[in-house]
Design a binder for this molecule. Structure first.
Ligand code: NAD
Length: 418
């Protein structure tokens, strides 16, 4: 057995079943795993991963292990680990350090345990692993060839590091593959955020004023799904193009200050901080529900909410009532952490199939590639297109192929109006 720290190793059989269920819905990753088993492209490669420890992550870990990798894994959020899955991974030979409900100190202890394994490749979601290596554990930098990053917020942080010359090894921005953000951020976050809100509250969405802060890939997906459930969607934005798009998509757009007065449910998905602050909280209606689905728990200013709170109680899991000093009640879901993972199970497996297929293929690419610079790379186009093709094939959807004449037409300039 490897070294590990999980909540309860006896939960493993439940985790095995969950992983099996996820795997059955991840045909692209399954195909990649079959090739990896034969070719062993990651033989003895030490991988250090910080990912949400979910059943889908377990399928990715199995795929990488089948390729020959040796893996140390920690969570990428204190509240997103599925304890059954962590137990199952430990039993399957992964050095996993993760349990649900960690303190910040415990969370970073786990991140550092992974760094202790001196990874050759890092696999990150939110850039806490890369950030810790670059700030506190620079002694391992020498051993690292490269890394991958799963989410928008992580890519934003890494690009900022690269701009300042602080990034010391190459990273592939998996988030920025079409087959990642178009599906994971949009349909994955769209569906699973509602799933989290409903599991935490069991409220009716139809007829509610549903305020979404941020009309990026996650916000668009969430708006689409909330509208489908009958909610009146209101969008808040700071980017004029995105705000215009939301208007043309049929949603009301207004500043948070105005939305605060009429919203019933608020969800932040901006990747920014303090999007909902004291002045907004003060204007909200009695009974308002607050949730976040952005990467970090900084989008709702929780310290300010706490400072306005006279009394708190837990109504049910992931639903905390804040009675303000003026008697009004606000309800915070999942401690303001990403609600789809805190209160539900994260993205559906079918979506993570593509995100993690990109991860597996990018890790293989990093290992094979002779020399890369210390910068943030896009996912190679061939990988992105391969993932899309494999997914279509698995879904039994066929598409057209260009004729020779069409290929020539699309690459020439001579032809014009006939
Ligand atoms: N919950 C999940 O499972 C999940 C999945 C994918 C991404 N994420 C995270 O969700 C966040 C958003 O990701 P994305 O891919 O949609 O990013 P994005 O960059 O496509 O969109 C973010 C949007 O928020 C807007 N914004 C920024 N500050 C704002 C403010 N103060 N008020 C209103 N709007 C503001 C931006 O203009 C942009 O349109 C990131 O933190 C990302 O890491 C979470």
């Amino acid at each position: 057995m490897p070294d590990f720290k999980v909540k309860d190793p006896n939960l493993s059989p439940k985790g095995q079943l969950l992983t099996e269920w996820a795997s059955a819905h991840m045909p692209v990753l399954t195909q990649i795993k079959q090739r990896f088993e034969k070719e062993k492209p990651l033989e003895s490669v030490q991988l250090g991963a910080s990912l949400h420890v979910t059943k889908e992550t377990a399928v990715l870990m199995d795929t990488l292990k089948a390729a020959g990798a040796e893996i140390a894994l920690c969570g990428s959020n204190p509240l997103s680990t599925q304890d059954e899955v962590a137990a199952a991974l430990a039993e399957r030979g992964i050095s996993v350090y993760a349990w649900r409900g960690q303190t910040t100190k415990e969370y970073y202890w786990c991140v550092e345990k992974v760094i202790d394994y001196k990874p050759f490749i890092t696999v990150d979601d939110g850039a806490d692993l890369v950030g810790t290596i670059h700030s506190k554990r620079t002694e391992v930098l020498f051993d690292i060839k490269g890394g991958t990053e799963e989410t928008t917020t992580g890519v934003v942080r890494l690009r900022a590091m690269a701009r300042k010359g602080a990034l010391k090894y190459p990273i592939i921005a998996v988030n920025d593959a079409y087959t990642k953000y178009l599906f994971d951020n949009r349909y994955g976050t769209g569906q699973s955020t509602l799933d989290g809100i409903l599991r935490a509250t069991s409220i009716l969405l139809a007829g509610k004023n549903f305020v979404i802060a941020g009309y990026g890939w996650c916000g668009r997906g969430l708006a689409l799904r909330a509208k489908g459930m009958g909610a009146n969607v209101i969008v808040t934005e700071m980017n004029p193009t995105r705000a215009l798009e939301a208007v043309m998509d049929g949603f009301r757009v207004m500043p948070m200050e105005k939305a605060a007065e009429i919203g019933d449910i608020f969800v932040t998905v901006t990747g920014n901080k303090n999007v909902i602050r004291k002045e907004h909280l003060a204007k909200m209606k009695d009974g308002t529900i607050l949730a976040n689905s952005g990467h970090f728990n900084v989008e709702i200013n929780i310290p300010e909410l706490e400072s306005m709170t006279a009394a708190k109680r837990n109504i049910r899991p992931n639903l905390e009532e804040h009675r303000l000093q003026n008697g009004k009640k606000l309800y915070l879901l999942g401690e303001g952490r990403l609600i789809n993972l805190a209160a539900a199970e994260g993205h559906p497996s079918e979506v993570m199939d593509m995100s993690f297929a990109n991860q597996a293929l990018c890790i293989e690419h990093l290992v094979k590639e002779p020399k890369l610079e210390q910068k943030v790379y896009s996912v190679p186009k061939e990988i992105d297109e391969l993932v899309a093709s494999l997914k279509l094939k698995a879904m039994k959807v066929e598409i057209d192929e260009l004729t020779e004449e069409q290929k020539q037409y699309l690459t020439s300039w001579e032809a014009g109006t006939i």
